[in-house]
Design a protein around this ligand. Sequence first.
Ligand SMILES: [Zn+2]
Length: 164
Amino acid sequence: MIAKQIQSIALKFLASHKLSPPVDIKKASEIINAELVFIEMPKSVSGLIIAPTPDMPAYGISINSRHSHYHQRFTVAHEIGHLLLGHLEGSHPNITMFSDIQNFALGHHPREREANIFAAEMLIPTPHIKDIVFSAGWRDINSLCRLYGASQQAIQIKLKEIGA
Ligand SMILES: [Zn+2]
C-alpha cells in the first residue's frame, strides 16, 4: 500500500470517531475493540498484539511500561495500524502475536513500514500540522511535541514531509 492510502485510512479513522490531537490513544484502542495493557518487557520490545480468543474477546495490545510516554503512544498507534491495515488477517487466532522490537522505525518489513506511516499520521495528522505550522505559525518543536503527544524525532520527520 502506498503512503497516501495509509494516511487516508488514518485520517478517516480520526474523522469518523471525532478524534483530534492530542489523540486519545485509549479511546482509539477501545474503538477497535483492543484492550491496552502496560507491562514491563525487555527494553528491545516496544509492544505486541494478541488476537482475541473465546476467553478473551478483545484484542490485547501490550505496551512496554519501561518506555517513554511518547514512545508508548507511538507504539499504540503503530499496533492500531497493524489491526486497521489488516495485517493480522489470516493468522490463526490462538497464536497470533505480533511482537515489535524497539527500532521498528528502521524495520524493512513492509508491514512495519506501513504501521509506522499509519502511526505517524494518526498522531500527527498532515492537514492538522500544516495548519498549525503554516497558518498558525507554530515552530517550536517542544510545543509541537506536547500538542501531538509525539517525540521530537516523529515531529521532525513530519515537518520534513510537509516541507516546513
Ligand atoms: Zn509492528
